[in-house]
Design a protein around this ligand. Structure first.
Ligand SMILES: [Zn+2]
Length: 86
């Protein structure tokens, strides 16, 4: 799949992983956290296509206890990946 980008930073997004179920596929309304900019977006139900969250969704996302944990894990993954590039 190509042409899918983070709606916030524009980084290419050709894969997604559910932290607790690696066999899951994204459904409409599921939340995604970008590995590059750590912003949250919402799957549209069209493959990996995502959109920016509405204000109400953003409030809900930010109040979810796992979101900060996943965002921090994403940051560690990218830090590790960038260290491997050198
Ligand atoms: Zn991003």
């Amino acid at each position: 799949m190509s042409g899918i980008e983070c709606p916030t930073c524009g980084s290419p997004s050709d894969a997604a992983t559910e932290p607790l179920d690696s066999s899951a596929t994204p459904r409409e309304g599921d939340i995604s956290i970008c590995l590059y900019c750590r912003s949250a977006s919402v799957f549209t139900g069209q493959g990996l296509d995502r959109r920016a969250p509405t204000d109400a969704e953003l409030v809900e996302i930010l109040s979810h206890p796992d979101v900060a944990r996943y965002a921090n894990a994403a940051q560690r993954v990218m830090r590790h990946a960038r260290a491997g590039e050198n």
